[in-house]
Ligand binder design. Structure first.
Ligand SMILES: [Zn+2]
Length: 229
């Protein structure tokens, strides 16, 4: 009986879908470093597969307090984002410079995001999941879904949600990142202003190890949830 239970759990893990092979991928990050934390391994998977990958940053992570933003910090974090993305083979970065920690949806912003998804002929868009515990992450999720809603059926990309502050409760897709985890962590290490405060390196490594063992029977994995309209 116990063996049967264990085997059914193992089979559940094996049912996770692999990432599809596509031409154009858009990673939407509320702040520089979310792209690497949530999708660093998937980004490498897509670049090595020949896809064009673009990173879209909603804010430049420049809040120093609730109502104060720092321009030097914005410059620093954008430089860190460029260096981190480059380590994964990406040099197409777009910074929207919306207010950090006060991101709000607006018609103009939704239109801008919809235009980009269309213009880049995006096949897959990666966004934070709806319950990720940061207001900017939740707002980013909402903005991108509003943008997609305005597109024609043939322009709508596959939407995969990633995990940063709160692990996903349900996952549909997993990618084995055992060979790219080293590059992902090196990319994350480029975000020096962030890892000085919090040891994101160990946190991310542990989450990806957990996903590897429990969801994909590999050493390290990233997992995502398919968001349907
Ligand atoms: Zn963030």
């Amino acid at each position: 009986m116990l063996l049967l239970t264990v085997s059914s759990i193992l089979n559940a893990g094996h049912k996770r879908k692999p990432l599809p092979s596509v031409d154009a991928v858009l990673i939407v990050a509320p702040h520089p470093d979310d792209d690497i934390i949530g999708c660093g391994g998937a980004i490498m998977h897509h670049t090595q597969d020949g896809a064009h990958v673009t990173h879209l940053y909603m804010t430049s992570g420049d809040a120093v307090s609730r109502n104060k933003r720092s321009l030097p910090l914005a410059h620093k974090r954008e430089k860190e984002a460029k260096r981190g993305a480059k380590r994964l083979g990406v040099d197409d970065l777009i910074f929207l410079r919306e207010p950090d920690s006060a991101l709000r949806s607006s018609k103009k912003l939704v239109r801008k995001v919809a235009h980009l998804i269309k213009e880049l002929q995006t096949n897959i868009v990666y966004i934070p999941h709806a319950h990720d515990d940061h207001a900017d992450h939740k707002e980013t999720h909402k903005i991108v879904l509003q943008a997609i809603k305005s597109l024609k059926a043939q322009e709508k990309p596959l939407v995969l949600a990633y995990e940063v502050w709160t692990p996903l409760r349900e996952v549909t897709h997993c990618v084995d990142i055992s060979t790219s985890i080293k590059h992902k962590l090196n990319a994350l290490a480029e975000h020096k202003s962030q890892i000085a405060d919090i040891n994101y390196i160990e946190a991310v490594k542990a989450l990806n190890r957990y996903r590897g063992i429990l969801e994909s029977r590999t050493d390290y994995a990233e997992c995502f949830k398919h968001i349907k309209e």
